[in-house]
Design a protein around this ligand. Structure first.
Ligand code: PHE
Length: 350
């Protein structure tokens, strides 16, 4: 019996040393440890032995069983390692001379339009500010002369967070912070506040080709001594003519926003028909582009600025709208779709 065990061990070593792959290893496992395997047979043979022999031999066979199964497991690991090494060796060496894959992403049309607007406004002495997407109710409404329960709040269906803050519904929500940041330079050094602040806005809208719950605006404010509406018209006309690379006509119509007085809707002449009237401009020759107005005295006050001494204008340019016009995007939802191919077509892979 002892001899049998020794022999089996030797035989196993021998067989294992020749194993090439997992399938061969598995057949060895079955041959030794399977239901009809030789070790299982040895255990079955125990029943013909005396009690004394059963005990000592049984122990040895069980030990052998443990050893064999551990050896086979070891081999399994070794085989797997050898497999990986083989794969690594088969890999081609890294070749720096192979040309790169030139398929690159492109800037988003909104990013492109935003940058163009920023460039123009910077050249006119405006600073570009960034602001949080999560703001307080105060910043989004109260500081803008929209008290709680005022019907004007219904104009912007708002996403509230559990902590009482909200996703900003318009970039105007940053106005208060901007006034506070620059008011000292205005009051003490006489430096007018000239800032633009682009940003993502959110409203609980049912989406269709013209409406999205997530869109971009660019707010602009200028506050100083004797700032008036003709300053606003000049800056808007200059910026838009630059962005569209042609002379843009603008007109103002009255518009209501609680944070401006007077308030306007700024229209531009339709770029598709040139002003003659077409389906895009509903035959009017004009496109609504940018609400704006003179900053309401209450809003200046909330920002720490004396409305008796200073005046200013504010506008809320629809960047998403502008990008759609510039690149001829017909469905606003394309802009948030994340489909790179559809983005590229507007930007020539720029
Ligand atoms: N915040 C306004 C809106 O999103 C637009 C606006 C900005 C109007 C600045 C006037 C002045 O509806």
């Amino acid at each position: 019996m002892e001899e049998k065990i020794l022999k089996l061990k030797e035989q196993l070593e021998n067989e294992l040393s020749k194993v090439q792959d997992a399938a061969e290893l598995e057949s060895i496992r079955v041959a030794y440890l399977g239901k009809k395997g030789c070790i299982t047979e040895l255990l079955k043979g125990l029943k013909d032995l005396s009690d004394e022999e059963k005990k000592s031999f049984g122990q040895k066979v069980n030990l052998l069983k443990g050893e064999v199964s551990a050896k086979i497991d070891d081999y399994k690991v070794k085989l797997a390692e050898a497999e990986v090494l083989k794969e690594i060796e088969a890999m081609p060496e890294f070749d720096m001379s192979i040309p790169a894959n030139l398929e690159r992403g492109s800037y988003h049309p909104i990013t492109l339009v935003q940058r163009e607007c920023e460039k123009v406004f910077k050249s006119l002495g405006f600073v570009v500010e960034d602001y949080s997407e999560i703001v307080s109710e105060y910043e989004c409404f109260e500081a803008l002369n929209i008290p709680k329960h005022h019907p004007a709040r219904d104009m912007q269906d708002t996403y509230y967070l559990e902590n009482g803050q909200l996703l900003k519904t318009h970039t105007s929500a940053a106005q208060n912070a901007i006034y506070r940041k620059y008011k000292d330079a205005l009051i003490n050094e006489g430096k007018p506040i000239k800032a633009i602040f682009p940003g993502r806005c959110f409203r609980n809208e049912a989406t269709d080709a013209c409406h999205e719950n997530t869109f971009f605006q660019m707010e602009g404010v200028m506050v100083g001594k004797d700032i008036n509406i003709s300053n606003l018209i000049f800056f808007m006309k200059t910026m838009l003519s630059e962005v569209f690379q042609r002379d843009i006509k603008v007109r103002l119509r009255p518009g209501f926003f609680p944070f401006v007085e007077p308030g306007f809707e700024l229209d531009i002449n339709c770029l598709i028909c040139g002003g003659e009237g077409c389906p895009s401009c509903k035959q009017s020759g004009w496109l609504e582009l940018c609400p704006c107005g003179m900053i309401h005295p209450e809003v200046l006050k909330a920002g720490g600025i004396d409305p008796e001494e200073y005046t200013g204008f504010a506008f809320g340019l629809g960047l998403t709208r502008l990008a759609m016009m510039k690149y001829g995007v017909k469905d606003i939802r394309d802009l948030n779709s994340g489909v790179l191919k559809s983005m590229e077509q507007f930007t020539d892979g720029e």
